[in-house]
Each structure stands twice: as C-alpha cells, then as structure tokens.
Unconditional design. Structure first.
Length: 295
C-alpha cells in the first residue's frame, strides 16, 4: 500500500471531551485533521475550526495513515472499525482500557495489517495542549510506529514510551490512578475525622500536604524493597509497631463517628502479614504486606 497522505495529517475517531481537546490542539499546531464521531453534531464546531469531517469510520480511516482512537471503551473500537480496511494503517489507541484489552486489540490490529500502539492518558481534557500543566501519555506497543509519529503524538501532551508489550501503557495508567485513589481515600478519611470539630478544613489542608509530601519517600523505598525482597534492613517503623498503633486509628474513628471503611483494608493487610508469622515479620517494613495482594 502506498501512503500518499501528508505527513502532518491524522485521523481522530471520537469527539468526547478528551477527543475534542486533542483535535483542537492538533489543529492549532497546524495539523490536518479528519474527524469522525458517532453523534455527528459534535463535529460541527471542529469543522468550523478547520477539521475535515468524515461521514463514516471507513472514510475517516482512509484519509490518513495515522489513526487515533479516543472512543468510549474497547467494545466501541470493534464496533466502529468493523469491516474497515486497516491495511498499512498506524493505530494509536487512546481509549481507556485494561492491559488485557490493549494486548488483544494489538493482535486484532496486526491481523488486519495495521501497526498498533496503546496509550494511557495521564491528564484531564483541560491539561491537553498546556505543557505547563504537566500532562502526558503513556504509550506501548510498536516502537516503530511510536518513533514514526512521535512528533505528532507530543503535540497534545508529553509522550512516554513504556515498552513493546501493548498492555504496559494501560498498566502504568491504572497503577498510577490506583495510587491516586488510595491517596484520595486517606485524605477523605482525614477530613471526615475533623468534620463538626472546631478545626477548619482550610487549616488542616497545609498540614496534610506537608505530611503527605514528607511520606513520599515510601514510593522509592518500597520499590527498592520489592526489588531486593529485603523487608528488614534499615527499618525505622516496624510492622509490629504500626499494627499496634492501628487500634488508636480505629478507636478515634469510632469516637468521631466516622466509618473506617477507607483505611481498614490496608490496616487489615498489615495485621494479616504480622499474624502469619510474628517472629519473621514483626521487624519488617510495611512493604512486605504488598506480597499478600497477589492472587
């Protein structure tokens, strides 16, 4: 197949909030964009800004070698591209999905003669096209595809290639988001404890930020311990001591009439690690409890 499309052209399928933000950023950078959306009315504003609007996924895909997917879910990809000729196309999937879906979709694309890269967007729509906002996208899959189109992919947000396993972009994405929600859970519990007390949330806020920043060392130290499998060297606050202290956290929650549901799973995980073998695990760092999560 001969590719006669301009090097700065691309196709975008999906014009939700994120897709629209991506399209506008590429347009502003001078790229020729062909867009398609199941609800055609969403493309009208972009047409006025210079986008070419396709009437079908097949027409949109035919317009460019680089085809970016930003649809609702993985099933939407299969539905939109059913029967569409993908021979010689470079598919970049920015649809939120799981690692398994990324791997399966990569195999699906290869069977149809296309190269494939999966992506995980670490940004909100308002961060797209705003470099100082710090947003970026994880990419994994075909390194050749990524290298070919890297300049275009870096226009909306930073581009970080995390390996040729197509599932690794989604895995990185979900790992970071999971940590984020765990952080949000702890912050929510802290605010619930002071609710109704003579402590203003705005006064607790800087203390929370300062304390959580100080605890950031746990990210790196845990990585080192999981790599070495040494959970005992240089321990400052042992598992036995921390488990003993959890009673205070739970009694305080009860006194404040606050459900412990946001913190109790982690406290219980530490307790399980300790009670399995107090002599072996009592002097460990809490990172050892992570080993109990694998099924």
């Amino acid at each position: 197949m001969t590719d006669n499309t301009p090097r700065n052209s691309l196709t975008l399928l999906g014009l939700g909030d994120m897709g629209t933000a991506l399209a506008r950023t590429w347009l502003a950078a001078g790229h020729r964009i062909t867009v398609w959306n199941r609800t055609a009315a969403k493309a009208e504003a972009l047409a006025a800004e210079g986008a070419d609007v396709a009437t079908s996924p097949a027409e949109a895909v035919a317009a460019s070698r680089l085809v970016v997917l930003c649809l609702l879910d993985d099933a939407s990809i299969g539905s939109a591209l059913q029967g569409v000729d993908l021979t010689g196309k470079d598919l970049v999937n920015l649809t939120t999905g799981t690692p398994a879906e990324g791997r399966a979709r990569a195999a699906w694309a290869e069977e149809r003669g296309a190269r494939f890269v999966d992506g995980g967007i670490m940004a909100t729509p308002t961060m797209i096209g705003v470099p100082e906002a710090g947003g970026y996208v994880f990419y994994s899959g075909s390194r050749a595809l990524f290298d070919t189109h890297r300049a275009a992919l870096e226009v909306p947000a930073g581009a970080r290639f995390v390996g040729e396993d197509p599932g690794h972009a989604a895995l990185h994405d979900v790992a970071l988001l999971s940590a984020m929600y765990g952080l949000f859970a702890g912050i929510s519990h802290a605010y619930a404890l002071i609710d109704g007390e003579d402590i203003a949330p705005k006064d607790l806020a800087p203390l929370l930020s300062e304390w959580l920043g100080a605890m950031g060392f746990f990210v790196g130290s845990t990585a080192e311990r999981l790599t070495s499998r040494d959970f005992t060297t240089g321990v400052v606050s042992s598992l036995a001591m921390q488990v003993a202290a959890t009673g205070t956290l739970l009694r305080t929650a009860e006194e404040q009439r606050v459900s412990p549901e946001l913190i109790s799973p982690y406290l219980e995980l530490m307790r399980r690690r300790l009670t399995a073998d107090p002599a072996a695990h009592g002097g460990e760092d809490t990172a050892g409890a992570i080993t109990l999560l694998k099924r």
